[in-house]
Design a protein around this ligand. Structure first.
Ligand code: PMP
Length: 426
C-alpha cells in the first residue's frame, strides 16, 4: 500500500519529478555519511543527494558558517556587493586552472550553463554549440536542448546545437577498441562541424565524466583532440564540472585536470556548497567582459550560500580531499571489481575517484534496467543508498560524500555485496 507521503506526492507534485524506489524514500536527518528516513531507518549515503553533499551531512564547519552569516545578513541581491561573494570569487579564480578569473553566481547548474553559453556566444559572435551525446546540462529549454540524452528531452529544441560522439568505450559507437581506434570518437567532431554547422562555432560544451549519462569516462586523449578541433573552428571550451568539480574525481580539484586541458569557461554547482543552492560560471576576463548588456540574479551570490561554499572549500583544503578521494575511490572500485567476479551482471566498473559507475547488463552487454532497479531496492534494504543513470537506466552510481572513511567504504562494499547476492540470479 502506498505511504501517506507517496499519496501526497501523486496528488501534489509533477510526476515528471521522478523519485527513486517504488516506495519513495523520505529523508528527515543526516549526519556525516549517514541519513535517516521518516521511519527511523538509517542508511550509509553513497549518493550524496546527486554528488552534492560533498563534505558530509550537517558538516559542523559549514553549518556554523551558514548560521553565522544568517545572523549578520541573509540577503543582499546583486545590486549590492557582499564580502563572502567577493571572497568566493577570488578563491575560485585562484583554484581554477589557466586564466579563468571572472565569476557569475546563480542558484543552480542550469542557470550557470545558460550563463556560460550566452557568454561564449557574445564573445565569439557565433551561435553554434557542439554538445556531446549522452551529456546532461540541466532543465531549462536551452540546457535540455544541450542534453544529448533522450529520456530527459521532450518537445521542441533550441536551434544551433549539434551533437558529437562521446568517448563511450564500453559501447563504442564505431565498434572499435581503444587504443587501436585512434580515438575516432573525438576525431569525428571535425566532420561534424564541417557538415552540420556554418563552420564557425561558439563553443564545445562537455562534462569530463558524463554524470547523468552513467559516468562515461572518455579515453586520455579525448579532450586534447576534441578541444583542439573546436578551437580550430573558433570555438571556446566550456567545461561542465557540475558533477566532476571540487575533488570528486580525486587527485585534483577538477575533473578536466585528469585530461590536461585548460577550459575557457567552467561551470559549477552541486558539491561546491555542500547542498546550499549554488551555480557558478567562471570565464577568462575577456570572455566575461563580452557580456555588455545588464544581467541580474536576485539570489545569485547570496551571502549564506557563499559562506557555505567558502566553508566547504576550507574543509576540502584542510582534509586534503583530492588525495583522500583518490585513496577511498581506489579502495571502493577495487572492491567493486572484486564483487564483479561473483556478480557477472556488473558489466563495467568505471569512473574516477568517488565517482564510480557500474553498468548493469545481461548476456551480450544487453542493458538491464530492471536488474538495476532491483539492485537499488536490495541495497536500500541492506542500508545503503546508491544512485542510477545512463541512457538505458542501467548504470548504478556510487558517489558517497568525499569525507567517507576507510571503515565506511568497507561497510558499503559488504552491504553492496549482500545486495548483489540478492539479485544476481534474477
Ligand atoms: N550539468 C550537469 C553535469 C549536471 O549533472 C546537472 C544536474 N544534474 C546540471 C548541469 C544542472 O544542474 P541543476 O540541476 O543544479 O540545474
Amino acid at each position: 500500500m502506498a505511504s501517506e507521503y507517496a499519496l501526497k506526492q501523486q496528488k501534489y507534485l509533477y510526476p515528471a519529478m521522478k523519485t527513486y524506489y517504488a516506495d519513495p524514500l523520505v529523508l528527515v536527518e543526516g549526519s556525516g555519511r549517514r541519513v535517516k528516513d521518516v521511519t527511523g531507518k538509517e542508511y550509509l549515503d553513497c549518493f550524496g543527494g546527486i554528488l552534492t553533499t560533498s563534505v558530509g551531512h550537517a558538516n559542523p564547519e559549514v553549518v556554523e558558517a551558514m548560521c553565522d552569516q544568517i545572523r549578520h545578513i541573509a540577503h543582499t541581491s546583486t545590486c549590492y556587493l557582499n564580502v563572502p561573494l567577493l571572497q568566493l570569487a577570488e578563491e575560485l579564480a585562484s583554484l581554477t586552472p589557466g586564466a579563468l578569473q571572472k565569476c557569475f553566481f546563480t542558484n543552480s547548474g542550469t542557470e550557470a550553463i545558460e550563463t556560460a553559453i550566452a557568454s561564449a556566444r557574445f564573445h565569439t559572435k557565433s551561435h553554434w554549440i557542439v554538445s556531446l551525446r549522452h551529456g546532461y546540462h540541466g532543465r531549462s529549454v536551452l540546457a535540455t536542448s544541450l542534453t544529448g540524452h533522450a529520456p530527459w528531452r521532450l518537445g521542441t529544441s533550441e536551434p544551433g546545437i549539434t551533437y558529437a560522439h562521446n568517448g563511450y568505450c564500453y559501447r563504442c559507437p564505431f565498434h572499435q577498441t581503444y587504443p587501436g581506434c585512434d580515438v575516432a570518437c573525438a576525431r569525428d567532431m571535425e566532420e561534424l562541424i564541417r557538415t552540420t554547422t556554418d563552420g564557425r562555432i561558439a563553443a564545445l560544451i562537455a562534462e569530463p565524466i558524463q554524470g547523468v549519462g552513467g559516468f562515461i569516462t572518455p579515453p586520455p586523449e579525448f579532450f586534447k583532440i576534441a578541444v583542439d578541433i573546436a578551437r580550430r573552428h573558433g570555438g571556446l571550451f566550456i567545461c561542465d564540472e557540475v558533477q566532476t568539480g571540487f575533488a570528486r574525481t580525486g587527485d585534483y580539484m577538477f575533473g578536466i585536470q585528469h585530461w590536461g586541458v585548460e577550459p575557457d569557461l567552467m561551470v559549477f554547482a552541486k558539491g561546491l556548497a555542500n547542498g546550499a543552492p549554488i551555480g557558478a560560471t567562471i570565464a577568462r576576463p575577456e570572455i566575461a567582459d563580452s557580456w555588455t548588456a545588464s544581467t541580474i540574479s536576485t539570489f545569485g551570490g547570496n551571502p549564506v550560500t557563499m559562506a557555505a561554499a567558502i566553508a566547504t572549500l576550507k574543509v576540502m583544503k584542510e582534509q586534503d580531499l583530492p588525495k583522500h578521494v583518490a585513496a577511498m575511490g581506489k579502495r571502493m572500485s577495487d572492491g567493486l571489481w572484486k564483487l564483479q567476479e561473483r556478480c557477472r551482471f556488473m558489466g563495467d566498473v568505471r569512473g574516477k575517484g568517488l565517482m564510480i559507475g557500474i553498468e548493469v547488463v545481461r548476456e551480450g552487454k544487453a542493458p538491464a534496467a530492471d536488474l538495476t532497479t532491483a539492485f537499488m531496492d536490495a541495497a536500500r534494504q541492506e542500508g545503503v543508498l546508491v544512485g542510477k543513470g545512463g541512457l538505458y537506466g542501467n548504470v548504478l552510481r556510487v558517489t558517497p560524500p568525499l569525507t567517507i572513511t576507510e571503515a565506511e567504504v568497507d561497510e558499503a562494499l559488504e552491504k553492496l555485496g549482500r545486495a548483489c547476492d540478492r539479485v544476481r540470479d534474477l
